[in-house]
Design a protein around this ligand. Structure first.
Ligand SMILES: [Zn+2]
Length: 597
């Protein structure tokens, strides 16, 4: 009986939510750029009120995928509202909310301007040549939890020819697009101007590769050919393409950064991105990372990342899966696409391992808590961050590498991490989301052995990661370094500040920290001999580990001498290479990882 009642309630709820989706009137935005050289977008929003005497609208304060409260509302000005010819009262109610007194009007027209001159993937940029519009810093919406459609129509500025976005167009209206809900309009950047575009079809789905900005040196034909191979590699890993179409949006603006969306990604690069191999692989690696997010995080997501609360922090402990595993595949995809060599793959993986292993904070903060605290640490790094926390991108990628080897070994190569990701996708994609325990369970199932304790050590403790099993499985080793030839070192970072040699970081476990060197100290001399800003390494080469030196520094302009006992530079003991005695079987396993076959 109880079961029947529950079932009836569920049917009723489904019916109500269906009805709601069908009957909610859309918010309709018009974006205008009457003077783009002044960097403003003018927004007009027709907002249904349901006849309520007051409605409240808000602007999101952060963007999913970039976990920091950004306060976009600081760029909003001149907020007014009308109902027909009547002006309405608009009162600011919180930092990012406005309350409109409607007088009972069924709909109100809200107008405001947004200053748009921040070339980051989260924000807006408007100039005479083009506009880059993101949802979070642009669209004020009703304070409500409802799947209300949001429509946007764009009026082009003089000289602008096209609007490019993953949002589906509204038939019959030029440059108009429809999002089924606020999440979708937030998740769909819009590029307006005269971009260079190329497209291709995989599995019957259109993929658009776009460059906007200074595209004179960009080789779009070369790029699109490689992007297509990366798409095919992604399809092989995950089994199918999860989106209706996909837009690779690149702003060629001498900025950097990239952000994933459900059916697109927005990234930034320099004008020579396709010219040198290093820059090109950097661009393609970022592209592969954001593209893999179409599965991992945009569809297969931690349970906490939905529904989003756009006004408050959303705490999540598994960004090491969402970001780290994505970073692992950001190398796997280009490798299997044939655009990255085997050595370049190993070099990238070595870099990730090194980044984890030289970070003292790995022994202080488990990677799941680094994820939880992303709002206050990952996006707000300072000189002590490395001492107290660990970056969940490389540590998550290294965990993925170790897990992949574990699953392959336990199943004799029959299953891989790809299998686990596919199964996780089948079970938890969409509104479900996964808990850490569910993620551990599905990976254990893929391996055929219980990995719960292994995950607890790798992700929820500060224990060192164990590389032995994975290296042995693939016939790899860390390139030996000879401690006898290690140069002397102080430890910590310095920068050349207009000819001044200034300390920028002092890592835990280094002679510098033990001797009391501080961040912002200016190093003036060693053993009473002047050290120039670019001369520290050459000077330390005159000493041996164990030597005692006197370092003269200026701290807030006061001179002081500190005694430092030099240590031995640990060098780079985390560089992977094929073990000289690797068997054909081991080499074959690594080849299987490289090719996905
Ligand atoms: Zn990412």
């Amino acid at each position: 009986m109880a079961r029947l009642v529950t079932k009836a309630i569920i049917i009723l709820l489904v019916a109500v939510s269906d009805l709601q989706a069908q009957t909610l009137d859309p918010i309709r935005y018009t974006l205008r750029f009457p003077a783009p050289h002044t960097h403003y977008v003018e927004v007009e929003a027709d907002i249904p009120t349901g006849g309520r005497p007051q409605v409240e609208v808000y602007m999101a304060t952060w963007t999913p995928g970039s976990y920091l409260i950004r306060e976009y509302e600081r760029h909003v000005e001149a907020v007014t509202a009308t109902a027909g010819t009547r002006s309405l009262s608009v009162e600011k109610s919180t930092k990012n909310r406005w309350r409109i007194t409607t007088g009972g009007a069924p709909g109100v027209t809200l107008r405001y301007k947004v200053y748009s001159r921040e070339m980051t993937v989260r924000n807006n940029w408007v100039e005479s040549a083009f506009a880059m519009i993101n949802g979070a810093p642009t669209f004020l919406t009703l304070v409500e939890r409802a799947a209300r459609p949001h429509e946007v129509r764009i009026e082009l500025a003089a000289g602008w020819k096209s609007v490019q976005t993953a949002l589906p167009p509204i038939a019959g209206t030029a440059n108009a697009f429809r999002a089924d809900d606020f999440d979708t309009i937030i998740d769909s950047p819009i590029i307006i101007g005269n971009p260079v575009t190329r497209d291709f079809i995989v599995d019957g789905k259109k993929h658009v590769v776009l460059f906007e900005g200074d595209t004179a040196f960009i080789d779009a034909d070369r790029a699109v050919a490689d992007v297509q191979k990366i798409v095919q590699a992604g399809r092989s890993v995950m089994g199918s393409l999860p989106y209706p179409h996909y837009y690779f949006l690149t702003m060629v603006t001498e900025s950097s950064g990239a952000l994933e969306h459900k059916n697109s990604y927005l990234g930034m690069t320099g004008r020579y991105a396709t010219r040198s191999r290093g820059a090109y692989l950097g661009w393609l690696g970022t592209l592969a990372h954001e593209y893999f997010h179409a599965w991992n995080v945009k569809r297969l997501r931690p349970i906490e990342l939905g529904p989003f609360d756009y006004e408050n922090e959303n705490y999540v402990k598994t960004l090491w899966v969402a970001e780290g595993f994505t970073d692992y595949y950001a190398s796997i995809l280009p490798r299997r696409a044939g655009v990255l060599t085997r050595d370049e793959f190993l070099d990238g993986l070595s870099g990730q391992i090194e980044q984890v292993q030289v970070t003292p904070g790995r022994l202080v903060t488990p990677v799941n808590m680094a994820s939880f605290d992303t709002w206050i640490k990952q996006y707000r790094p300072d000189e002590n961050t490395a001492n107290m926390s660990v970056n969940y991108y490389p540590k998550g990628a290294v965990i993925a590498f170790l897990l992949d080897a574990k699953i392959r070994k336990a199943t004799n190569g029959a299953r891989t991490l790809d299998t686990g990701m596919q199964w996780a996708m089948q079970r938890y994609a969409g509104d479900k989301g996964y808990t850490p325990a569910q993620f551990y369970a599905v990976m254990s199932e893929a391996a055929g052995v219980d990995l719960k304790d292994w995950f607890a050590r790798a992700a929820e403790s500060t224990d060192e990661l164990d590389y032995t099993e994975a290296l042995d499985y693939y016939g790899l080793r860390f390139r030996p370094v000879d401690p006898k030839t290690a140069p002397a070192y102080i430890g910590g970072g310095t920068r050349n500040d207009n000819g001044r040699l200034v300390i920028t970081s002092v890592r835990r476990g280094t002679p510098g920290l033990d001797a009391g060197l501080n961040v912002d100290d200016e190093i003036l001399a060693i053993d009473d001999v002047r050290v120039r800003a670019d001369g520290l390494a050459a000077r330390l080469a005159q000493y041996r580990p164990g030597d005692k030196i006197a370092v003269l520094v200026a701290r807030r302009d006061r001179l002081m001498k500190l005694d430092v006992t030099l240590g031995a530079d640990p060098g780079r003991p985390w560089r992977l290479e094929q073990a000289p005695n690797a068997t054909d079987e081991q080499k074959g396993r690594f080849e299987a990882l490289m090719t996905g076959k």
